[in-house]
Ligand binder design. Sequence first.
Ligand code: ADP
Ligand code: MG
Length: 398
Amino acid sequence: MFTKKTVRDIDARGKRVLVRVDYNVPLTKDGQVRDDTRIRASLPTLNYLLERGAKVILISHLGRPGGKFDPAVRLDPIAKALSRLLEREVKKVDETVGEKAKRAAESLKEGEVLLLENVRFNPGEKENDPHFAYELASLADIFVNDAFGTAHRAHASTVGVTKYLPSVAGLLLEKELTQLFRLLEVPKAPFCVVLGGNKVSDKIGVIKKFSQIADCILLGGGMCFTFLKAKGFSIGNSILQADFLQEAERIMKETEKNGVSILLPDDVVVGREIKENTEHRIVSVSEIPDEWMGLDIGPLTISKYRKALKGAKTIFWNGPLGVFEIDSFAQGTRAICEALAESDATTIVGGGDSDAALRKFGFEDKVDFISTGGGACLKFLEGKELPGVVSLEERRNT
Ligand code: ADP
Ligand code: MG
C-alpha cells in the first residue's frame, strides 16, 4: 500500500515548492520535444499546486550530460512545451543552483512557475553530494518528488534534498505506485505476465518475483532465446546472454514445481540481420538455422499466447515480443497489444519501448495503466525499495 504523504497533505499557499519532475523526454534532431507524454504526466501535480497559490520551482534531468554543461540538453525547449501545456508562462534560468537561480526563485509570485537548468550539468547530482543537495534545498520551503522514472536513483535532487526540506510525493508518483502495488498485492487471478525486450539481465528480477505470484509467464523478445538455449535448442545468431543460462534453467525448474507455467515460443520469425527488408522466414524453435537470428515470435506462438491471455483477470506486460520497429518482425508485439486491448483484465504496461509499441499500433488508450518509468517500474516490481520514495515522509495513522 502507498503510505507516503502527498501534495494533498501540505499547505502550499505562498510557499516555494521544489518539484522534482522527470522531463527526460525524447528530442527531435533540431532539439525540440518529440514526445511530451512525461511532461503531460506532471500536469496534475503542477495544476494542483498552482491552483492553491504555490510558487513552483521545477527540477529535472535530460539526457546524460555527465556532470557538465552540454548545450544539446538545456531545458529551454522543455520550458516552451510545458508553457503551452500549462497555458501559462514558465520562467527558465540558465543554472540549477547559484546566484541567478536563487534570485529567480526568490522573485517568484504565487501561481508562478520556474524551471531550473538540467540538474545533471552538476557533478553533485549523481554523486548525491550533500552540499549540492543543500544548495538546491535552500531555493525552496517544501520538496515534492513526482519523478517516478528516476525514483530508483539516489541522487541529490531525488534523495539528497529530502534531508533539508519537508518532502512529500506528487500525484504522478502516487498514481504509479498505487497502480503497480495492484500487481504485487493480491492481483486478481488468473494473473498473466508477458515479458519480452532484448536483455534477460534487465528482466531476471521480475521473472523471479512473478514466478512466485503469477499464474503464467509468457516469454518473447530477444531474452527468450537464453531460455530456449537453456532448454537445449540451437538458437543460431539470436541474442544470447550466456551468463544467465543456469539461472534460466533453475527458474524454469522451480516454477514448474510451484505450478506456475512459463510459456516459451514454439515457432519464431528468423531474419539474417536486424534490418528493414532483410530476408526472413518462420521456423519451429527446433529448426533455427545457424547464421539466422530469432527476431519475433511466430504465428503458432501468437495463438498460444492469445489463448493463455483469454481468461486472465490481471495482465502485466513489459518488453516487445520482437523487433517491432521493423514491420517483418512486428506481428508478435502487435498481437499482444491487441490481446491486451480486447481483454477484460486489469491491464498494466511498463517499459519505454512497450509504451512506444502500444502507441505505434494505436492501443495506448485501450489499456488501464502505462507506467512512465521503465527501470523504476521493474525495480519496484522486483520488490526493491525505491530510494526516491523511501525518503519521503510517511502519512500518520496508516
Ligand atoms: P522496454 O523498454 O519496453 O522495457 P526493452 O528496452 O527491454 O523494452 O526492449 C526493447 C527492445 O528489444 C526493442 O528495441 C526491440 O527491438 C528489442 N527486441 C525485441 N525482440 C528482440 C529480438 N528477438 N532480438 C533482438 N532485439 C529484440
Ligand atoms: Mg527500453
